[in-house]
Design a binder for this molecule. Structure first.
Ligand SMILES: Cc1cc2nc3c(=O)[nH]c(=O)nc-3n(C[C@H](O)[C@H](O)[C@H](O)COP(=O)(O)OP(=O)(O)OC[C@H]3O[C@@H](n4cnc5c(N)ncnc54)[C@H](O)[C@@H]3O)c2cc1C
Length: 383
């Protein structure tokens, strides 16, 4: 029983778990090697209604609420964190497009997104740094009915696999900081856009890379939100994705913990099951406790969002706590498997996969600064 998950959501989660166990989990290890997101699976997820179900029906979704997105996301992530990026990117970008795009421009993309026919990336980080996100330099110039883009984005998830990218660029002066940034929807097949792929430690099926813009032109109607207001308006979507990331990494930690409990109950040393030793069972019990609490925080954040209540601080709490907790918990689980845990396999892959989220979407330091700002006030915590 969970106060945020009613019978309907529990049934939805069961449905998603059956799909994830049968279709997603079997390719988990292989996708780490091939480094390709399976588009057939993505389409199947779309057909099942698993991609961005929180979007309104008019936007291709099912109007199911953000908690529904959260419980599906957990189940896909349990099977493969990389593949659950499909859900994460669709929910983040879908919300941005639905709220800030011109209907005639974004409607076809939203349809493809929710059907699992298109993958959208989001490009904020630049080579000079990601934490000071508003201080970006990618140049966007309006010439007639078009925006012309020049510069580079880097460390972008799905950079070389995405069909379109939500790009943040500078239309105002550098001094205008967050108030001179415009967001654009850029299809990745436009002339002048090239991409590469990094060799990542984890999350290898989704991957990361850079985007290089050389006189890339998009029509003015591809703008998301108002000119110079992109950062302030569009960044609000990140509160949603931070709670989803929390659930995503905790789902991976939960499955690692389940496997570790099973293992220590059957493996013996000194004539007893390992679980008989408190040095083994107590660390696992501590992580089980903390994961339960962190998961409730993530679900509560989505519950607040579904009610239109403020949740910026809660989302930042999810984003700094859950990835660190998940990493530490999986590390402990891996150690419980002894030498076997160090072999290439699910446990070490999970560890590599969740580590990325201690950096991606903002580091713990930046998240704690957001929490501090909401508590002490922006003037008291200016950075
Ligand atoms: C797996 C993964 C996926 C990613 N996906 C995307 C994506 O899809 N789109 C995208 O735009 N970006 C993405 N990123 C980039 C990510 O958002 C940035 O890496 C992140 O915001 C940090 O920026 P940086 O790496 O430039 O570090 P920097 O900003 O250079 O920071 C370096 C270190 O200094 C610390 N630091 C910086 N400022 C402060 C401060 N004021 N107080 C205390 N500490 C501070 C940081 O916490 C960090 O530890 C991804 C990164 C990873 C690892």
């Amino acid at each position: 029983m969970n106060p945020y998950i009613d019978d309907d959501l529990a049934t939805l989660a069961e449905h998603a778990r059956r799909f994830a166990t049968g279709r997603v989990a079997p390719g988990f290890l292989e996708r780490d090697d091939t480094r390709v997101l399976d588009r057939t699976l993505m389409r199947e997820m779309g057909e099942m209604g698993f991609i961005a179900p929180e979007l309104a029906e008019a936007h291709g979704g099912q109007g199911m609420g953000c908690l529904a997105a959260g419980v599906i996301h957990e189940e896909i992530a349990r099977a493969d964190l990389s593949l659950s990026y499909i859900n994460l990117l669709a929910s983040l970008n879908g919300q941005i497009l639905a709220a800030h795009g011109r209907p005639e421009v974004v409607a076809p993309w939203l349809k493809k997104l929710t059907r699992g026919e298109a993958l959208l990336a989001i490009a904020l980080t630049e080579p000079r740094g990601g934490s000071d996100a508003a201080n970006l330099r990618l140049r966007v110039e309006r010439i007639g009915d078009e925006y012309v883009i020049n510069g580079e984005k880097t460390s972008i998830s799905a950079a070389d696999q995405a069909d379109a990218v939500v790009v943040f660029g500078r239309t105002g002066s550098v001094e205008s900081q967050a108030h001179g940034v415009t967001a654009l929807l850029v299809p990745t097949d436009v002339p002048g856009l090239t991409r590469n792929r990094f060799d990542c430690h984890g999350q290898r099926a989704i991957g990361r890379g850079s985007l290089f813009f050389e006189n890339v032109r998009v029509p003015v109607d591809h703008r998301l939100g108002d000119e110079n207001k992109g950062f302030v308006q569009v960044m609000q979507g990140f509160d949603f994705s931070r709670a989803l990331i929390g659930l995503q990494v905790l789902a991976v930690a939960r499955v690692a913990l389940e496997e570790a409990w099973d293992y220590v109950a059957q493996r013996e040393a000194f004539g007893k099951p390992l679980s008989a030793f408190q040095g083994v069972s107590h660390p696992l019990a501590e992580f089980a406790t903390q994961i339960e609490a962190a998961r409730l925080l993530c679900l509560q954040t989505l519950w607040l969002k579904d009610r239109g209540a403020p949740h910026t601080a809660e989302a930042a709490m999810c984003k700094w706590w859950a990835p660190k907790l998940a990493y530490d918990a999986i590390h402990q689980c891996l150690l419980m498997f002894g030498h076997g845990g160090y072999d290439r396999g699910p446990m070490e892959q999970r560890l590599r996969d969740v580590l990325g989220f201690q950096i991606g979407d903002g580091t713990a330091q930046i998240m704690k600064t957001i929490v501090a700002r909401t508590r002490a006030g922006r003037k008291a915590v200016p950075a």
